[in-house]
Design a protein. Structure first.
Length: 127
């Protein structure tokens, strides 16, 4: 928020405050009562607060999962580069998949079994 907007907002709040001492005292009492009533809500409604706590904790867990999933999708290596020790981690989206490299393939396992005939060489630039 810009400094000018903040100044205008403060000026409006100050302008609507009462100037009379009796009205100021009444406003203060009403504000203090509202703050006390809000702060003691759980004392008066224990079961509602307990249910709200359960709902809030489930919401927080879902928010953490959503944020972790969004972060993982944004930072995912889209080029399909092989995993290294630095990039290997457990996947948030598929937590049952172990992404730790096992190193069980040998170099000859990675080579193709057969190769086709070499392509015919063009005229090597001759016209």
């Amino acid at each position: 928020m810009s400094l000018l907007k903040l100044g205008i907002l403060i000026a409006v709040v100050v302008a609507v405050l009462p100037a009379d001492r009796e009205q100021q005292a009444a406003l203060y009492d009403k504000a203090a009562t509202a703050v006390h009533w809000t702060a003691t809500f759980c004392d008066r409604n224990g079961t509602t607060c307990d249910q709200a706590g359960v709902i809030w904790s489930a919401f927080v867990e879902k928010a953490k999962f959503g944020a972790a999933m969004a972060y993982e999708l944004v930072t995912k290596d889209s080029e399909g580069a092989p995993a290294t020790a630095q990039t290997v981690r457990y996947n948030v989206i598929e937590p049952g998949v172990d992404l730790t490299p096992r190193g069980t393939l040998r170099a000859e396992d990675l080579e193709p079994v057969w190769r086709g005939a070499m392509p015919a060489q063009p005229n090597s630039g001759r016209i």
